[in-house]
Ligand binder design. Sequence first.
Ligand SMILES: NC(=O)c1ccc[n+]([C@@H]2O[C@H](COP(=O)([O-])OP(=O)(O)OC[C@H]3O[C@@H](n4cnc5c(N)ncnc54)[C@H](O)[C@@H]3O)[C@@H](O)[C@H]2O)c1
Length: 438
Amino acid sequence: MKISIFGLGYVGAVSLACLARDGHDVIGVDIDSAKLDLIRAGNTPVVEEGMVALMAQVAVSGRVSVTSDAARAVADSDLSLVCVGTPSASNGSQDQGAVLRLAEQMGAALAIKSVPHVVVFRSTLVPGTVEGRLRDIIERASGKRDGEHFHLCFQPEFLREGSSIRDYDKPPFTVVGANHPLPVARLRELFGHLPCKFIETSVRSAEMMKYACNDFHALKITFANETARLCEALGVDAFEVMDLVCQDTQLNISRAYLRPGFAFGGSCLPKDLRATSYLAKSHDVDIPMLSSIMASNRLHIERAIAKVLDSGCRKVGLIGLSFKTGTDDLRESPLVVLAEQLLGKGIQLAIYDPDVQLSRLLGANRRFIETQLPHIGDLLKPDLAEIIDGADMLVVGVSSPAIFDALATRTRPGQRVLDLVDLPNRAALRATVEGLCW
Ligand SMILES: NC(=O)c1ccc[n+]([C@@H]2O[C@H](COP(=O)([O-])OP(=O)(O)OC[C@H]3O[C@@H](n4cnc5c(N)ncnc54)[C@H](O)[C@@H]3O)[C@@H](O)[C@H]2O)c1
């Protein structure tokens, strides 16, 4: 394929070298003439393992050229990879100056190109940038339409400096956000041979997932480092602890706990986080990330409270009271907090929880409810149908096939449902369903 690469920093230069190595004709474009001169001379513009040898190898192949002329590069290629920098502005926002200027250049270049062209944004871009800003600029500057005369898409880059050639050849996955099959097919030709999944998604999800990945990486590093600071203060071997943590691939290094939902609670996580924070404080160790988890969790509960209050509904049916589906444990349940707050605001509440009901009948949790939550225990009803029929709004905090069936058969038009559990088939409900943050 004939490929032009805009921006010859770490991402662009490594892509240029690897694509030329793989047999493609590559035109590098940069506004920095020093980088163009280095590549012309067969040198690397970035310090990266393996790049000196690879650039020397591809320079003699005749498949690499460089230019500062964007229009020529677009005219002479089928597809452009945009890898310009998107650094932080002083207020923390993304400085999009380079990519916005590039969009103007790209539009002008496409104005004079007669055959369709694929433009792949590989720079990290805040969600909405491609469809909300860059597309408009390119369409205006070119006088042409995305999806007809040219095709925009977004493919996040996952290489890491220091191992970028190896990462290029073995990425965690290839993710392409596109609105049209043509750019996806072209990228499959380029990257489909790599030993990883090739995933198609929406442009915005592809933009956002790049941030989610980097945020997650930063969170993991900080988790290990905060744990290590506390370990040191306690005289515990941090490497041993983190090695043990990583050996649990069922709950720790897995998909577990990574699905959006309601706040956590229960008899373990809150108390153990609190004890961790206290332990750190008593040893003069700062662990700001771990210490702020409870506050973030509380915000999630407050979001649900606000949604109920903002709805204007006064008769609310709460489905679920224990801290998660399948248990009767009410200790530190976020649904109890939700119920208490709603009661405090004068909401008429009725509650159904099959597990709590059963445990109450058996006498297991009866004392806890009677002594700790008598005001809530009185609101527990045994009949889900009655709760559904009597409520203007239902808050669904636990899920089971039986609960879903009851919602599907008994909810009515005009009734509202606040879904805290990501109900499986919302469209089957006659009520208006709103998710907590989905
Ligand atoms: N560096 C990484 O490890 C990495 C990994 C994944 C994603 N990313 C993302 O990829 C993007 C590029 O990162 P980088 O580290 O390679 O950037 P970089 O700053 O090293 O290089 C950017 C290059 O773009 C050039 N440029 C600016 N405007 C241009 C224009 N109009 N035309 C042509 N060239 C232009 C600059 O001169 C510079 O050489 C960023 O959005 C970054 O967030 C970087």
